[in-house]
Design a binder for this molecule. Structure first.
Ligand code: DX5
Ligand code: ZN
Length: 219
């Protein structure tokens, strides 16, 4: 089953509660929350208070994507605010194994993201500890960027490793430039969670936008 995780980065921040309710009613599986610090990526978005504010508006998994330096300093705050799954970037964690276990000790699911320029093998040693790997299909920082096609090879590589391992249920999430045109490419390669920002919240009818992506990969 393919999951669709609309990214609130492209939503109207002045009415986030309603935007999330619309996405949930429209068939979203998870809600993707993009946290940016202006250091690791050249943009600043939101922090734990916003996660706490949106938490009562949905029962869906809050999938929190931390594009921040020293993410270990903020794990407790995001969990307290209501995150269900926390993904950190491999590029920001010299002690990646320690950070993954810190996330799990807080009782939530753990993911690791890799940028387009980061090879899949940086995940090899920690794969058994993960609930999710996130393959960035754009350079993180902004919504609405063009899908980088070369990243598809990494998805296939990770799918091969995960399927032939003792931990075949790890999710492979993709993030950036996902539309009804690019979704079939990543699903074919083995992705099972599709983040979509502008392709959902950039459209007037969120239910139709989600259905459009889902139909592109299930027909
Ligand atoms: C990119 C973010 C994405 C972003 C995707 O830095 O991590 O989650 O919202 O936006 P689209 O789907 O518009 O590329
Ligand atoms: Zn994201």
């Amino acid at each position: 089953m393919i999951k669709i995780a609309p990214s609130i980065l492209s939503a109207d921040f002045a009415k986030l509660g309603q935007e999330i309710k619309d996405a949930e009613a429209g068939g979203a599986d998870w809600i993707h929350v993009d946290v940016m610090d202006g250091h690791f990526v050249p943009n600043i978005t939101l922090g734990p208070p916003i996660v706490q504010a949106i938490r009562p508006h949905t029962s869906l998994t809050l999938d929190v994507h931390l594009m921040i330096e020293q993410p270990e300093l903020y794990i407790a705050d995001f969990v307290k605010a209501g995150a269900d799954l926390i993904t950190v970037h491999a590029e920001t964690c010299p002690h990646l194994h320690r950070v993954i276990h810190l996330i799990k000790e807080h009782g939530v699911k753990a993911g690791v993201a890799i940028n387009p320029a980061t090879p899949a093998h940086v995940l090899q040693e920690v794969l058994p500890d993960l609930d999710l790997v996130l393959v960035m299909t754009v350079n993180p920082g902004f919504g609405g960027q063009a899908f980088i096609e070369r990243t598809v090879n990494k998805i296939s590589q990770l799918r091969e490793w995960i399927s032939s391992s003792d931990y075949p249920n790890i999710h492979i999430e993709v993030d950036g430039g996902i539309t009804a045109e690019t979704a079939p490419l990543v699903v074919e390669a083995g992705a099972d969670v599709l983040v979509a920002g502008s392709a959902v919240f950039g459209k007037p009818d969120r239910a139709a936008a989600i259905a459009n992506i889902r139909n592109s990969v299930t027909s």
